[in-house]
Design a protein around this ligand. Structure first.
Ligand SMILES: [Zn+2]
Length: 525
């Protein structure tokens, strides 16, 4: 089977999307998740534009990845300057990433209006820069920016640009529809022309944007025409209308076009990966997203559901299990129980039939009221533990109160008072904090620290709030996601309420309780 490679650019091009922002720790989570999904290349950005990027690259260099190769991203050399004298190229070739992706021009309009260089100088910029990276031992990828607009304008010159990169040692030449306005038939024709011109020596890639609603179609058309690497982002994050959505492209390539992209086991992680990335990016997963959306295989009761039960092919274009997604009809009760049992087994818990049924029911109710467990596996484990009868509460709450006072001089002070019972003994503590959640956290820890000294090692590492206004007729609710860590592990918890303090409290209590549940191994996720 012929192979097509995935080149994910969530951490670079995807970050151009509105509201996209990830910490270094979150970016590393994205990288690990994409590696588990089977992405071949992960583009991490430019290695040294700011301290955050520098830290990212340092930590990436220490990461042990299964199969993904990290790519650093930069530009061809500046005009009228030798490649070896270009500081940015020096940074790129000195960073640890084996693959270096250089973006360069291939459209006369940009040469004339934007960078103001001659057609010859642009060719020299491409070939010098790619040659320099190649000579320094890097595997260069050339991103031909605006390639399709350039090709429309002057096909011969656009082809010369990609040929210059190929001759200088590019491992891959990727054709970019940077403005996102091209249509599939045109993309296919232009890609075929490049494949023919470059021959076997260099792989051709495709990078599209969704401004005409055709990013996925254009990527698939390019593969049909001979491209063997697809750049994009999971869930299609990106500037304007977004990049090509790899979560749609991957199953199409593998299940419909017959290419080998990832293993079947990796493909089963697709739905989970898509939702997890949405949670990390603080986006609401699109329920109608092809293949991975919650509604992608949901059937209304009646004729459709009956048809699917008789033979799934009647109303489903493929088996949702291949993507780790689920059919949503009455019959899913059974598969729901099986899934929840295997999840419980992973946490070392045994659920009997009745407990599994209760857990499925509980999960449904909770999801209905706004809980999401993709980024909160610790809360999910606690839910299972409650049903399995192996849940041990840390304390019993009598009451808490939080007061925030803003003074005329602008100072804001917050104080929390908490009353809890541990093994029948009553503890009352007051603490100040820089906000209500912080004050509550300190008061609670103060109250139970004597009983649980390990608490001192638990740190809250991330706190995210989302207002869910799409909740089902109940008015807006707040969902809080909390990440915690000790020296060994990291875990996520969730809380939901109409009241932000209550939602935060719930996530906080889950976080601390999770850390103290009895377990044989350290098998936390
Ligand atoms: Zn792009």
């Amino acid at each position: 089977m012929e192979q097509v490679k995935l080149y994910d650019t969530t951490l670079r091009d995807g970050m151009g999307g509105p509201g996209m922002s990830l910490s270094v720790g979150e970016k590393l989570k994205v990288v690990r998740t994409l590696d588990e999904l089977g992405a071949h290349f992960i583009e991490a950005g430019f290695p040294s534009s700011n301290p955050k990027e520098a830290e990212l690259f340092e930590r990436l260099s220490e990461l042990d990845l299964e199969q993904a190769t990290i790519a650093a991203f930069g530009m061809t050399r500046r005009r009228d300057r030798k490649a070896e004298d270009d500081e940015a190229l020096a940074v790129l070739t000195e960073c640890f990433a084996p693959v270096v992706c250089l973006v360069g021009k291939s459209w006369g309009l940009h040469l004339e209006k934007v960078i103001k260089v001659s057609a010859e100088e642009n060719l020299a910029m491409i070939s010098d820069s790619i040659g320099f990276c190649h000579m320094r031992g890097k595997r260069p990828v050339f991103d031909a920016e605006h390639f399709f607009d350039g090709y429309r304008d002057d096909p011969a010159y656009a082809l010369e640009c990609v040929a210059a990169a190929a001759e200088a040692g590019a491992e891959n030449v990727t054709l970019c529809d940077t403005n996102g306005g091209s249509l599939p038939a045109f993309v296919a024709g232009a890609t075929a022309a490049v494949v023919e011109r470059l021959g076997d020596g260099v792989e051709v890639g495709i990078h599209t944007h969704d401004d005409a609603g055709c990013a996925v179609a254009n990527s698939l058309a390019a593969v049909d025409a001979g491209a063997r690497l697809v750049q994009g982002t999971v869930n299609g994050y990106g500037e304007r209308c977004g990049n090509a959505n790899l979560a749609t492209i991957l199953p199409a390539l593998q299940l419909k076009m017959g290419f080998e992209v990832v293993t079947p086991e990796q493909l089963e992680k697709l739905t989970q990966t898509s939702h997890y990335l949405d949670e990390l990016c603080n986006m609401t997963p699109n329920p109608d997203q092809p293949y991975v959306g919650r509604n992608a295989f949901a059937h209304k009761a009646g004729m459709h559901a009956a048809g699917v039960e008789a033979d799934a092919r009647t109303f489903e274009h493929l088996d949702p299990a291949l993507l780790g997604n689920q059919r949503e009809i009455l019959a899913s009760e059974l598969s729901g129980k099986a899934t929840i049992r295997s999840q419980a087994a992973q946490a070392g818990l045994e659920l009997d039939d009745a407990a599994a049924a209760r857990a499925v029911e509980r999960l449904k109710q909770r999801e209905h009221s706004g809980y999401q467990y993709e980024a909160a596996p610790a809360s999910f484990e606690l839910l299972l533990r409650r049903e399995a009868g192996s849940y041990e509460p840390l304390f019993e709450l009598e009451s808490f109160r939080v007061v925030t006072e803003k003074r005329a001089d602008g100072r804001v002070e917050t104080e929390a008072t908490i009353k809890v019972l541990v093994d029948g003994e009553r503890y009352l503590r007051v603490a100040e904090g820089n906000g209500p959640v912080n004050a509550l956290d300190r008061a609670l820890r103060g109250a139970i620290a004597d009983r649980y000294p390990h608490l001192a090692e638990i740190e809250l590492t991330n706190y995210k709030v989302r207002i869910l206004d799409e909740a089902h007729g109940t008015g807006a609710v707040t969902r809080v996601l909390l990440d915690s860590a000790d020296h060994e592990r990291e875990w996520g918890t969730v809380g939901v309420s109409e009241n932000i303090i209550e939602a935060s409290w719930e996530a906080l209590v889950d976080s601390l309780e999770y850390a103290f549940q009895p377990r044989d191994d350290n098998g936390a996720k």
